[in-house]
Design a binder for this molecule. Structure first.
Ligand code: NAD
Length: 461
């Protein structure tokens, strides 16, 4: 099949690569010429510098004959003449903190596509095409999209939803082996085309292939992210608080007790502690769900409380410096280790580091920042941060700081304990990921004050 992707971000690029790997001919269009240049370079380092996703560079180079990238809309118009399906992978950020989706990118792309669709096959529009919404969108978005196409005079097309459930940092692996594929369509014709697109998964015994209508698909995606966000907050705000408030309770031991109950969910996903849950999805999608429910006249107190718990989590963590260690942030130099919202990705949207800076900016003198993958993205997302100094390594960042905050769980940060133990200086250690938990005793004995999320204060001995 011939498949067009619009939007070459984390979702678009990874999904397009896997679609090419399934044997389809794929064209990927994005307005960002630089990104297109890097993704089509065939150079692993350049691809990873743009989109740090394990396996992406390999799969792109392996399928280079079946996937092309372009920033030229002429190529899109040409491709439409024989195209079977178009995946819309556009950003749908939140407007402020309102929960309302900012559909300006999505609608701009749809409007431009609608014009091109109406002119395909020299205006005859003889080729039937399914337009597939992969972006996370409001529940009624598919019907609104149909209207935009119809207004432009497009005919002989269908609109389906195919929400993306991949996990950042594992996007390629998840796209190759999804737990489920959800297709939302109103018409059998569209389901049939989507079964061909996803033949590999439709035929697979290990993939749940779920066919619903477009509203259910969109609502299911929002609910899934709300449930996951909620699960994390139960851990941060209940289990975490218990283990911070009572001595002799170890968070990891509570985790063992809780994960023994299958009713709380198979596996141990969500049973970890962190200073803040960031990223581009959980926060925005939960708030979007609440916004839409409020508009439908519903009480959203429970959903709202989950987001409030996340904000509270960071506030409590940072406040412990003054409250428990007597550390005054005023005029201090602070190292923030980890700018990505979590390990294995260079996605820095809503990262804990960004929230920490917002919170402490007025007090702190300088922030020494380091991340093994996300520094360029962080810099371009938050370009005017006068107090930020980008360090060349985690050790360089820590070496000049009076407090250090571990904000992302990058494995490389495990080496910090040995480094710190070999130093004469004793910065306040704020472990927002419980990364150094096996070394807290050593560090405490060596004279470090430690504030770890999910533990009571460890005072220097
Ligand atoms: N990142 C994730 O982990 C994830 C997971 C599931 C769902 N989603 C959803 O998928 C959607 C895309 O997310 P993402 O993380 O890939 O976003 P992204 O910001 O990484 O990528 C979006 C891309 O769209 C491009 N773009 C913007 N306007 C365009 C236009 N008019 N025409 C063509 N290209 C245009 C941008 O240049 C960018 O490269 C969002 O709705 C998001 O909520 C994301």
């Amino acid at each position: 099949m011939r498949i067009l992707y619009i939007g070459a971000g984390y979702v678009g690029a990874c999904s397009a690569a896997v679609t090419a790997d399934s044997g389809h001919d794929v064209l990927v269009y994005d307005t960002d010429e630089k990104k297109i240049g890097m993704l089509s370079s065939g150079d692993h380092a350049k691809i990873e510098a743009r989109l740090f996703e394990k396996g992406l560079a390999d799969i792109l180079t392996r399928n280079k004959d079946r996937i092309a990238f372009t920033a030229d809309y002429g190529a899109v118009r040409h491709f439409l003449d024989k195209c079977d399906a178009i995946f819309l992978c556009l950003p749908t950020p939140e407007l402020g903190e309102s929960g309302e989706s900012d559909l300006c990118f999505f609608n701009a792309a749809v409007e431009k596509l609608a014009q091109a669709m109406a002119r395909r096959n020299r205006g005859r529009q003889s080729k039937y095409i399914v337009v597939v919404i992969k972006s996370t969108v409001p529940i009624a978005a598919a019907d609104a999209t149909v209207k935009i196409f119809a207004k432009a005079g497009a005919v002989n097309f269908g609109v389906a939803g195919n929400p993306e459930f991949l996990v950042a940092g594992k996007a390629v692996g998840d796209s190759l082996k999804p737990s489920r594929v959800v297709i939302g369509a109103w018409h059998e014709r569209d389901f049939k085309i989507m079964r061909k697109v996803y033949q590999r998964f439709y035929d697979s015994a290990s993939v749940q292939y779920i066919e619903v209508n477009p509203k259910e698909a969109a609502a299911g995606k929002l609910l899934a992210n709300y449930y996951l966000y909620n699960k994390l907050m139960q851990c941060f705000d209940a289990a975490g608080r218990v283990s911070e408030s009572f001595s002799d309770i170890k968070f990891e031991n509570l985790k063992k007790i809780l994960t023994g109950d299958q009713r709380l969910g198979a596996g141990d996903w969500g049973f970890y502690n962190s200073l803040y849950c960031g990223g581009s999805c959980f926060i925005k999608d939960s708030r979007s769900l609440a916004h839409q429910l409020r508009a439908a006249g519903q009480n959203t107190a429970l959903i709202d409380s989950v987001d409030k718990a996340n904000k509270r989590q960071l506030k409590i963590f940072l406040a412990r410096a003054e409250k428990e260690a007597g550390f005054n942030w005023q005029g201090k130099s602070v190292a923030i280790l980890g700018l990505a919202f979590k390990r294995d990705t260079n996605d820095a949207r809503h990262s804990p580091a960004a929230e920490i800076i917002k919170f402490l900016r007025s007090k702190v003198k300088k922030f020494f920042l380091y991340d093994p993958a996300a520094m360029p993205n962080f810099q371009s997302l938050y370009p005017r941060e006068p107090k930020a100094i980008y360090a060349s390594s985690e050790l360089a960042a820590v070496g000049r700081a009076e407090a250090l905050i571990i904000a992302t769980d990058w494995p490389v940060f495990h080496g910090l304990a040995d480094y710190l133990l070999a130093q004469k200086k004793h910065p306040l250690i704020m472990d927002g990921r419980r990364l150094l938990q096996n070394r807290y005793d050593d560090l405490q004995r060596a004279g470090f004050n430690i504030i770890a999320v999910g533990s009571p204060f460890f005072k220097a001995i």
